[in-house]
Design a protein around this ligand. Structure first.
Ligand SMILES: Cc1cc2nc3c(=O)[nH]c(=O)nc-3n(C[C@H](O)[C@H](O)[C@H](O)COP(=O)(O)OP(=O)(O)OC[C@H]3O[C@@H](n4cnc5c(N)ncnc54)[C@H](O)[C@@H]3O)c2cc1C
Length: 556
């Protein structure tokens, strides 16, 4: 933990050195002692400290300085760090000025120069001041801080990215600056930069304006570039299926890289509570599952590139080549596609415009917390919508579940239906769908079409979370592997047509169970045609695929 700061300012370098020496010898173990020979420079330092989220315990300034008096400096300093204790260093001739400063300018104490011996004329009074300061001191947050507004899509995107990558951060909502003096002070120190949202402040004092996930990822040390250009196994997608394959592949000695576009965990990472995964009788959050799996994969030496996206693939003799979004290319012996599915878009006027500003696809703990005391809408009737409704019900005043059908039982697991029925602040609105969403810069109302009466009801709403099914995004593999008409990748027996192996197959064996129409390219999990859309089945397929990959590699 960073030590709180004692800052002294004196234009006389001998006096400055003496005060620094005495402060350091008595307080150096607990405090950082910093000196400045100019009040202007000291104010700049204070601004940098505010941006770094440092704690300042004491401002000690000489009264007679040419550019700015000690009292003026302390008053300015107090605007930035109001909790810091303030003391003046004065000569005998300035005693009257110092006394009136105590009364008029909120100065806590004045010391006469020279203060020898410090044990009598400096330390006892400073001990008192610092004890007082300690009594109300709360250590500042030491990680990165994100400044933004709840309704700005770019801020939402960044927070979602940080949360899903398990990067701890403190959220500073700049719209609360009127009611939160600390936020107001921070915005004043940042000046015009505070409008380039989202602003990310790092503990080393650096900042990113209008920051985007990729920049922040680099700064916090998430790896996006491969260490080498060749791997025995390359996995595209870091959901449960990709992570399982990574753990099994690397643990069995394959040099393995896993490329993930957003954050390891995939859809499962968005789940507030997975209750049907074997071995976790009370359930576990998708975030926890992802974090544990990432640690396990890294322990076996898997190289994880995230955020990084595969944008095309091709074959070159025995090699499978993958082009990455940053222009890089890696090659491998075996390629495993585990890119899962992505949310289906809700086709209703206003939805695209307000995405991230009250309209969300999925929804994690970050947003759930912001909905405290509000009425929110969840669209969808499957397990993902049910889990989200249960999660949001812990924070929101009321959760309205909008369901197209006349009930939940056909599309949702019974345990979730039972939980929803037992939760008093969840209302299930059946035979209903979103017809339109309204709002200029943020969601304000939604129009709900009641399909039994064909009437549209317009209701106030601050947040709508959409969970209406998902589809694969596999266009980057068009012309490489065979897909069905919805884009799911065909594997094993599904690529055999009328007893014929795929065109250009070229081997005297049929494709393995999880192998695509191209030898050495495998597909597992939700992206696979005919797969069971569950965490356990994705994990199972990812693990089993590694056996087929070994068999394939033994003959390459
Ligand atoms: C909210 C929610 C709750 C759920 N709850 C449960 C539950 O309780 N129990 C259960 O069994 N199942 C549940 N499911 C379903 C389960 O999460 C999925 O079946 C499972 O995650 C599928 O795993 P996967 O690895 O195949 O794909 P995904 O989890 O979809 O992961 C695919 C990954 O690939 C990445 N990707 C995609 N394209 C690219 C590319 N071109 N380059 C790089 N990366 C790419 C994506 O960013 C994603 O991270 C839930 C799903 C959701 C959304």
């Amino acid at each position: 933990m960073a030590k709180p700061i004692l800052l002294s300012v004196d234009d006389d370098s001998d006096v400055l050195r003496a005060i620094e020496r005495d402060l350091r010898s008595k307080y150096g173990a607990e405090y950082r002692v910093i000196g400045s020979d100019s009040p202007e420079r000291a104010l700049d330092l204070l601004k940098q400290m505010k941006v770094r989220n440092d704690s300042v315990a004491l401002l000690l300034a000489d009264q007679r300085m040419p550019q700015m008096s000690g009292v003026e400096f302390l008053q300015e300093g107090m605007r930035i760090f109001p909790e810091a204790k303030r003391a003046l260093l004065t000569a005998y001739a300035d005693t009257n000025a110092a006394i009136s400063a105590i009364n008029e300018a909120n100065i806590n104490y004045f010391f006469m120069k020279p203060w020898d011996p410090p044990a009598d004329h400096l330390y006892p009074q400073l001990d008192d001041l610092l004890d007082d300061w300690r009594a109300s001191y709360r250590p500042a947050f030491e990680g990165i801080r994100v400044l933004g507004t709840r309704w700005a899509p770019r801020c939402y995107e960044l927070r979602d990215f940080l949360a899903r990558n398990h990067v701890p951060y403190q959220w500073v909502d700049v719209e609360h600056s009127a009611s939160d003096p600390e936020t107001k002070r921070l915005l004043e120190v940042l000046g015009p930069e505070a409008t380039s949202l989202p602003v990310v402040l790092f503990p080393d004092g650096t900042k990113l304006l209008e920051s985007v996930p990729a920049e922040v990822a680099q700064k916090v040390g998430l790896r996006t570039r491969a260490q080498t250009d060749f791997y025995e196994l390359a996995i595209i997608g870091g959901g449960p299926a990709g992570l399982a394959a990574a753990v099994y592949g690397a643990s069995e000695g394959l040099r393995t890289v896993m490329i993930e576009r957003e954050a390891p965990g995939g859809q499962a990472g968005m789940s507030s509570r997975i209750e049907n995964y074997l071995g976790f009788p009370t359930g576990l959050s998708g975030g926890d599952l992802a974090r544990r799996a990432v640690v396990q994969a890294q322990r076996f030496g898997v190289e994880i590139l995230s955020p990084q996206e595969a944008v095309s693939a091709r074959t070159d003799g025995p090699y499978r080549m993958i082009k990455l979004a940053d222009g890089g290319e890696i090659s491998c012996n075996a390629l495993l596609v585990a890119t899962g599915v992505q949310w289906r878009r809700l086709q209703a006027p206003g939805v695209d415009k307000l995405q991230g500003a009250g309209v969300y696809y999925g929804g994690d703990a970050t947003v759930a917390l912001s909905c405290k005391g509000e009425v929110i809408y969840v669209v969808g009737g499957a397990n993902s919508a049910g889990q989200a409704a249960m999660n949001f019900a812990r924070y929101a005043e009321r959760v309205v579940l909008l369901v197209r059908r006349d009930g939940l039982s056909a599309t949702m697991s019974k345990y979730l239906v039972d939980q929803i029925q037992r939760t008093p602040n969840i209302q299930v609105w059946t035979r209903a769908c979103v017809a339109e969403v309204h709002g200029e810069t943020r969601l304000e109302e939604i129009s709900v079409l009641c399909t039994d009466t064909n009437k549209v009801e317009r209701v106030p709403a601050s947040s709508v979370f959409i969970f209406i099914g998902a589809l694969p995004q596999t266009d980057w593999l068009a012309g490489v592997v065979e897909r069905d008409d919805r884009g799911f990748i065909k594997t094993g027996p599904d690529v055999i047509q009328d007893g014929q192996r795929p065109k250009g197959w070229g081997l005297d064996r049929d494709p393995y169970l999880l192998e695509t129409s191209v030898p050495g390219i495998f597909a597992v999990g939700d992206v696979r045609h005919g797969s069971v859309k569950r965490v356990a089945s994705g994990v199972g397929e990812g693990s089993v695929a590694v056996q087929f990959i070994h068999q394939y590699l033994s003959k390459v």
